[in-house]
Design a protein around this ligand. Structure first.
Ligand code: ADP
Length: 169
């Protein structure tokens, strides 16, 4: 049976919340494609290559996990890759309405495609990439929130970006 699933996201940057979901999905399904959004409505802080690079360091050693850049419709990409479900993490109730809408839309566009929600680990309930960026830009310690193997790289890069922004004011 084909048990390929897709974990889509901007991963700008990947957090321990994302890693937890990807690891758990990798134990439940034969193959997990981590699809990193190339075109985002908001300009990302990290380039597509940086975001993919961070993910490769964080979860690239898991045998059944593939990390790819992706643009276009998720419903089409899933069909192209033969994936039968989208796996998403659910944090607070605030995630629910948007994720429910996305799941129903994807199902309409690709009736073969289901969405599976994994409840976040309680310690990551309030963790998001934007929170990581905010903390790092204020010089805070992000080591609790991003994988140890990338936290210095992420921190240095965000510090530089924020210093540039300050200088251009
Ligand atoms: P963010 O919402 O942090 O900007 P993304 O768009 O990259 O993140 O998130 C991709 C998916 O990863 C989200 O739809 C959500 O399902 C999941 N996710 C993000 N953060 C967490 C977390 N802390 N715990 C569980 N799942 C998460």
């Amino acid at each position: 049976m084909n048990n390929t699933v897709i974990c889509p996201g901007s991963f700008d940057p990947v957090t321990l919340g994302h890693v937890d979901i990807i690891k758990r999905a990798s134990k439940m399904f034969d193959k997990v494609i981590v699809a990193v959004l190339v075109n985002m409505s908001k300009t990302p802080s990290f380039t597509i290559d940086e975001r993919i690079g961070f993910l490769k360091k964080a979860v690239g050693d898991i045998e059944n996990v593939e990390i790819v850049g992706f643009s276009g419709l998720l419903a089409d990409y899933a069909k192209e890759r033969g994936a039968k479900a989208v796996v998403k993490g659910l944090r607070a109730m605030s995630d629910f309405e948007y994720e429910f809408q996305m799941a129903l839309t994807n199902k309409k566009l690709n009736p073969e495609l289901d969405t599976v929600f994994l409840t976040t680990d309680s310690q990551y309930m309030y963790l998001s990439s934007s929170m990581v960026k905010q903390i790092a830009s204020l010089g805070g310690d992000i080591s609790y929130f991003v994988p140890a193997c990338i936290h210095e790289q992420v921190f240095e890069r965000l510090k530089i970006t924020e210093t540039r922004k300050d200088l251009s004011k």
